[in-house]
Design a protein around this ligand. Structure first.
Ligand SMILES: C[S@@+](CC[C@H](N)C(=O)[O-])C[C@H]1O[C@@H](n2cnc3c(N)ncnc32)[C@H](O)[C@@H]1O
Length: 309
C-alpha cells in the first residue's frame, strides 16, 4: 500500500472513539495490514539478540525477572526469554493491544516449525532446559491463560512505564523491542528513571530501537529516511496519531537521553542502512532539523543499547 494512503487511513481511524478505533484498526491490520500473515520469527530473533547481548556482559537470563516496555499485540519476546530460561516477564503497555488470538496462533506456529525455531536459537536451542520448556509450551490445546501462566507473564495495561505499580529493586533486566521510537524524548527519559527504580542494583537495560521510517517497511518505493524530508509540523500532520507516532530521534539523541538519565552505556551497536546512505549522498532533500546531521547519523536505522544504572 502507498505510504500516504496508509497514513490517511490511520489518521482517520485514530479520530474515532478509542474502543471502536482499536477494534477497527486491528481488523484492518488482520485483513490487509501487517498482521495478515503474522509469524513470531522477527521477535523471537530480537529476544535471542538480547540474550546474546547480555551474555557478552557475562550475564544470563536463566532465572531472571524481566520488565518489558511496550507489549504490543504479541508476547513473542517474553516467550523466547522464557524458553531461554527466564523466570518471569512483566510487560506493560499504555494501550491494551495484546491479542490472545495471536498469542495462541504463534505458539501453534512454534509447534509446527520446531526445527526452524530450534535453529534460530543456536546453542540455546540445544539445551535441555530449552527442549523441556519447548515441549511444555507446545502441548496441544494450551489456551492464552495457560500459556501466560506457564511463561510467568504479568500483563499491565493500560499502564504507563513512567509510573509502574510495583516495588523498587524487583527486576534483573529492563527491555524493549521497537518501542522507544514511538515515545517522545521526555517520556523516554521518565521511563528510564522509573526503570532505575524498579531494577535491582545489578540490573541492566537492553533496548532495541528501530530508527527507520516505519512507512518504508510496507512501501518499498520509499527509503528508511523518507520521513526526514518533512518539517515537524508536516510530519505531525501525516503521522502524529496513536497508530504511527514516530519521534524521528537520531542515534546521538538517544545516547544523550540515556546519559542524561544517569545510565552508563556499556554496549552501543548502531547499524547504518546502505540504501538510505546512498539516497542521502545523492541530494535527498532533508528538512531543517536533520540538515545539520552527518549522512551516517541520518542513515542509522537500528540501535541496540545495553546500559547499567
Ligand atoms: C510498536 S508498538 C509494540 C512493540 C512491541 N514490542 C512489538 O514488538 O510488537 C509500541 C508500544 O509501546 C506502547 N507504549 C507507548 N508509550 C508507552 C508508555 N509510556 N508505557 C508503556 N507502553 C507504551 C504503545 O502503546 C505500543 O503498544
Amino acid at each position: 500500500m502507498h505510504w500516504q494512503t496508509k497514513a490517511l487511513l490511520q489518521k482517520g481511524i485514530s479520530l474515532l472513539p478509542s474502543t471502536l478505533s482499536y477494534q477497527l484498526y486491528y481488523r484492518l491490520q488482520r485483513s490487509i495490514g501487517n498482521l495478515r500473515r503474522p509469524t513470531p520469527l522477527k521477535r523471537l530473533g530480537a529476544a535471542k539478540q538480547m540474550v546474546d547481548l547480555l551474555r557478552s556482559h557475562g550475564r544470563d537470563v536463566v532465572g531472571a525477572h524481566i520488565f518489558e516496555v511496550g507489549t504490543g499485540h504479541m508476547v513473542d519476546v517474553p516467550i523466547a526469554l522464557w524458553l531461554c530460561g527466564a523466570a518471569s516477564t512483566t510487560t506493560i503497555d499504555l494501550n491494551p493491544y495484546l491479542s490472545p488470538e495471536l498469542v495462541v496462533h504463534h505458539v501453534r506456529y512454534l509447534r509446527e516449525h520446531r526445527a526452524k525455531i530450534v535453529a534460530l536459537f543456536g546453542e540455546d536451542g540445544q539445551s535441555a532446559l530449552f527442549s523441556e520448556r519447548f515441549r511444555q509450551l507446545t502441548e496441544p490445546d494450551l489456551g492464552f491463560t495457560a500459556i501466560a501462566e506457564l511463561i510467568g507473564l504479568r500483563y499491565l495495561a493500560p499502564a504507563d512505564a513512567t509510573h509502574v505499580a510495583t516495588a523498587a529493586n524487583m527486576f534483573d533486566y529492563h527491555i524493549s523491542f521497537t518501542v522507544l521510537e514511538h515515545i517522545p524524548a521526555d517520556t523516554i527519559g521518565a521511563i528510564l528513571q522509573e526503570g532505575k527504580r524498579i531494577l535491582k542494583d545489578t540490573g541492566l537495560f537492553v533496548h532495541i530501537i528501530d530508527l527507520s521510517d516505519h512507512f518504508s517497511h510496507g512501501d518499498k518505493r520509499i527509503s528508511s529516511v523518507n520521513f526526514l524530508r518533512f518539517d515537524p509540523q508536516a510530519w505531525d500532520w501525516w503521522a502524529g496519531n496513536r497508530y504511527m507516532y514516530q519521534n524521528r530521534l537520531r542515534a546521538a539523541q538517544y545516547r544523550h537521553i540515556f546519559a542524561a538519565a544517569g545510565l552508563n552505556i556499556v554496549t552501543w551497536n548502531a547499524k547504518v542502512d546502505s540504501r538510505s546512505l546512498h539516497v542521502l549522498q545523492h541530494g535527498f532533500p532533508l528538512a531543517h532539523p536533520f540538515i545539520e546531521n552527518t549522512h551516517q547519523e541520518n542513515a542509522t536505522v537500528t540501535v541496540q543499547v545495553v546500559a547499567a544504572p
